[in-house]
Design a protein around this ligand. Structure first.
Ligand code: FAD
Length: 454
């Protein structure tokens, strides 16, 4: 079987692991990367990239959970490496597997159009068009800022966490009245950083749903080393048992002034921060409920209180966006997109996605597992089920991974890495191999049709 000529959009962790696995299977590919380096989100300051990292960012996942299976993290790395070390690690990965020779840097894909007989035409920013038999989309989903819609108009500065660099860039944030909106990891990090007394800011943190806060260490061990779901026990039992976690570590969020969460632990992302409870408990950050309205520089909260602010810093998440697809080809309204194993678009054999998930506890080995399946597919060793079976499994996976989560755009792609990886390794690859033996591999280039969306 001749291998399909494959295009990969993006050279972050998703694109790099895909490139590595395609190389392993001898599948010819070109990887397009719009910035001048590898690493995506972890390539802070790269020319032409869209990294959402800020200067002080340390990864929240410990290096023990983060390592790719094919390329361990260096022993000498600290438990929670700085983003610059993650970038070095990804550079090392690209060099170790000689991936850069197939990456076209500073080459943004502006259009990806399905061809009538199957395959894709990709047009890059310089106007060049090339055709491919298959397309792997690995463009990331942490770069298109989602801003809240408040009643009224705010007259001060508004900044999304994606643009935040440090207390002096892009805005001078000292001596300011700052409202941080959101209570995810970025909100916690940035509120803690800006509330340092040396900056003379007053920092208020507003949250709609509140959050369970988990520490980075428990008894001197990185907290996520305790996280390990088992495929042999019902997931719902394990989630119930996990509810004890925050109660015996950080305690209920109300203890340090946050509103009562509108969900149980693990029904929304917990926020990892050892510093936030201390800052709240020290009076350096003032907790508030949801914003109910805005008028000039006055913000009124759901509890009826109001205060004046100079800056709204919104750490309110991201939209899933594919600017290179026409909306009738692929769209993700409200961050919803139906994908089998979060990879395959039912009915469109030559289009694959990698990294379009929010995997607990980390995305790194998760995308590696996805990339392995993608390469097995394009190499003719794996065949997915028929579209109607894919749709049935998408619904079942949705109930399994999302049925208990808050129904918000932030939680549309939740997956448990351990359960997902176990399923791919022990069942999906085997069943897909059996389907190849029975029906042969999927031949790419045949007429495709339809669109992909919610
Ligand atoms: C502040 C922050 C903290 C995070 N912390 C963690 C953490 O602790 N643990 C964890 O597991 N995850 C964390 N994440 C999630 C993080 O996004 C992922 O770990 C990872 O970066 C996603 O990799 P990716 O390759 O899918 O996307 P990206 O890293 O976004 O890479 C996508 C690449 O595609 C390129 N690209 C996009 N569009 C085009 C185009 N049209 N043409 C050519 N190239 C294109 C981009 O330039 C980029 O290089 C964090 C995210 C943020 C924003």
């Amino acid at each position: 079987m001749s291998h399909p000529r494959t295009a990969v959009i993006g050279a972050g962790i998703s694109g790099l692991t895909t490139a590595k696995m395609l190389s392993d299977y001898g599948i010819p590919y070109t990887c397009y990367e719009m910035s001048d380096g590898v690493g995506g989100n972890w390539a802070f300051g790269t020319k032409g990239g869209h990294s959402g990292a800020y200067r002080s960012l340390h990864i929240d996942t410990s290096k023990h959970q983060l390592s790719f299976k094919d390329y361990p993290m260096p022993e000498e790395y600290p438990d929670f490496p700085h983003h610059s070390l993650i970038r070095q690690y990804l550079e090392g990965y690209a060099d170790a597997f000689d991936l850069k020779r197939n990456i076209e840097f500073e080459t943004a894909v502006d259009e990806a159009d399905p061809l009538p007989g199957g395959g894709w035409r990709l047009t890059t920013r310089d106007g060049t068009a090339r055709t491919f038999d298959a397309l792997v989309v690995a463009n990331g989903h942490h770069w298109d800022p989602r801003l809240p819609e408040f009643a009224g108009h705010f007259a001060g500065d508004v900044l999304h966490s994606h643009s935040y660099v440090d207390p002096f860039a892009p805005l001078d944030l000292h001596g300011k009245r700052i409202l941080v909106v959101g209570l995810g990891n970025s909100a916690a990090d940035i509120a803690v950083e800006l509330s340092s007394r040396s900056l003379r800011n007053t920092v208020t943190l507003s949250t709609r749903s509140s959050a369970w806060i988990v520490p980075k260490y428990i008894a001197g061990v990185p907290a996520d080393k305790y996280y390990r779901t088992s495929p042999h026990l019902p997931f719902s039992w394990q989630r119930r048992m996990a509810r004890l976690g925050p109660l015996i570590t950080t305690g209920r969020p109300e203890r340090y002034g946050l509103p009562t969460p509108d969900h149980h632990f693990f029904e929304a992302h917990p926020t990892q921060s050892s510093d936030l409870p201390l800052r709240l408990g020290s009076g350096d950050i003032l907790p508030k409920p949801d914003v109910s309205s805005v008028d000039g520089t006055t913000v009124t909260f759901a509890d009826g209180s109001s205060a004046e602010f100079d800056v709204l810093l919104c750490a309110t998440g991201y939209n899933i966006t594919f600017p290179f697809f026409a909306p009738d080809v692929v769209a993700a309204p409200d961050n919803r997109i139906r994908l089998y194993k979060r990879i395959f678009a039912p009915g469109t054999d030559d289009l694959l996605f990698v990294g379009l998930a929010q995997a607990t506890p980390t995305l790194f080995p998760f995308v590696e597992a996805q990339a392995r399946l993608v390469a097995a597919y394009l190499g003719g060793h794996y065949r997915p089920p028929e579209p109607d079976e894919m749709e049935r499994v998408i619904d079942a996976d949705h109930r399994k991974y999302l049925g208990h989560m808050n129904d918000r755009p932030r939680h549309t792609q939740q997956v448990d890495y351990f359960l997902y990886e176990h399923d791919l390794r022990t069942r999906e690859l085997r069943d897909g191999r059996a389907r190849v033996d029975a029906s042969g591999p999927v031949t790419l280039g045949a007429a495709q049709g339809g669109g992909v969306g919610a």
